[in-house]
Design a protein around this ligand. Structure first.
Ligand code: AMP
Length: 392
């Protein structure tokens, strides 16, 4: 059975077509700069990647081209072969604790939650509408980044702010990257050979979050109302003293929009280093002895270590720590620094095993108190699995 996994951003649309239940990727691709000039798309099939320049005025046109590509590449003969289309949605609020089949009610709830994810939720709806028009007979599902974190207790997800902010305005911790945390946790349980586990999953990429997972259920996560809480990220500040915001607004006359932009787009590794949001550039700066790059890396690492320590206590121990996403899968030096910081917990790196990028690996020594794994994430296959569940 063919299942399409879709991730629509405000100006992009990523896709992977799977043969299920084998989980074989038949074709994948990404449309970029939708609605902007110089748009283009890339398609990958049988290990070969082709880039094409084409006008993409909206997501529907992108979706139509996607379908044409499936036919031209003989991956699909007839649209009826695509039984299900799964869409990634960033914010499901408290409405959704699992994947759902798309209905008008589901779409209106996603729309209602747009103020909590202004860039992402409207884009997901655009993607769903495009798919509905182009492939009307497929079952459409929505897979939420927040759903996995809905198992958190009230005392964990509430902020100590006036309670009415929660009841009236839905202010609480929702978390994000849930599909990724769930995927690597499932894989870690396979590697450990048991399901009653205590795991700390570190999804550290351009966006970054850490989760504490007990017996397959999330009990805490570092992102909050929005994806700008917890860890230091590429351009996001993560946890800060909330009063910095009115203080800087008063000092500079910045508007809410401007301060939001500064905290989301000009902070994090970029803000501290003044060089880049990309860990590779920070590592290059460190080689050149750039003091602010060293400071940025050290602050980034310290925050990850602090969260791991906090979740270790909250879980009452830990069976495995998992690194995933761009930095977690690829940065040998940042992983090494984080594990150095965990020495008081008895975590011990195997330097040779850590000399790896983008591959599943155990990177701690046999004497380490906690095993640390790299597990490359795969959010797309989780979307395909959940969608297949409704189609079979
Ligand atoms: P993601 O958001 O998961 O795609 O992660 C993207 C980030 O991963 C980039 O911005 C880099 O900071 C980081 N990254 C990717 N490749 C490497 C690498 N080889 N070494 C260090 N960091 C990397």
């Amino acid at each position: 059975m063919k299942i399409l996994s879709v991730n629509a951003g405000s100006s992009s649309l990523k896709f992977q077509l799977y043969e299920m239940p084998e989980e074989k990727v038949l074709i994948s691709g990404v449309f970029e700069r939708i609605g902007i000039e110089n748009s283009f798309y890339t398609v990958k099939i049988n290990g070969e990647k082709v880039e094409k320049k084409v006008e993409l005025p909206n997501h529907k046109v992108a979706f139509q081209i996607l379908i044409d590509e499936l036919k031209e590449n003989n991956v699909v003969e007839d649209l009826s072969e695509i039984k299900g289309i799964g869409h990634r949605v960033v914010q499901g609020g408290a409405y959704f604790d699992k994947t759902e089949v798309v209905t008008e009610d589901v779409i209106s709830k996603i729309d209602e939650l747009s103020s909590l994810a202004p860039l992402h939720n409207p884009a997901a709806i655009t993607g769903i509408r495009a798919a509905q028009e182009v492939v009307p007979n497929a079952i459409q599902t929505v897979v939420f980044d927040t759903a996995f974190h809905q198992t958190m207790e009230e005392e964990t997800y509430l902020y100590a702010v006036p309670y009415e902010w929660y009841t009236k305005y839905k202010v609480r911790r929702y978390g994000a990257h849930g599909t990724s945390h769930k995927y690597v946790a499932l894989r870690a349980n396979e590697l450990l050979g048991k399901e009653d586990t205590k795991l700390i999953t570190c999804h550290i990429g351009n966006g970054a979050s850490i989760s504490a997972i007990k017996n397959g259920k999330c009990i805490n996560t570092s992102m909050g109302l929005t994806p700008n809480a917890g860890l230091i990220m590429g351009t996001r500040c993560g946890d800060i003293d909330a009063t910095i915001i009115p203080y800087i607004m008063e000092k500079t006359g910045m508007t809410p929009k401007e301060i939001d932009n500064a905290l989301n787009k000009q902070s994090g590794l970029l803000g501290i280093s003044g060089v880049s949001s990309d860990a590779r550039d920070i590592e290059a700066g460190i080689k050149d002895n750039n003091k602010r790059c060293i400071l940025a890396r050290n602050m980034y690492v310290k925050r990850v270590v602090e969260y791991i320590a906090k979740y270790y206590v909250e879980l009452g121990g830990c069976d495995a720590i998992i690194f995933t996403a761009g930095v977690g899968e690829n940065s040998i030096s940042i992983r090494e620094k984080i594990i150095e910081g965990l020495l008081p917990l008895g975590v011990e790196l195997d330097k040779e095993a850590n000399n790896v990028r983008g591959k599943e690996a155990l990177i701690t020594s046999k004497d380490s108190s906690i095993p640390v794994f790299i597990i490359p994430t795969d959010e797309e296959v989780m979307i395909a699995r959940d969608t297949y569940f409704f189609c079979k």
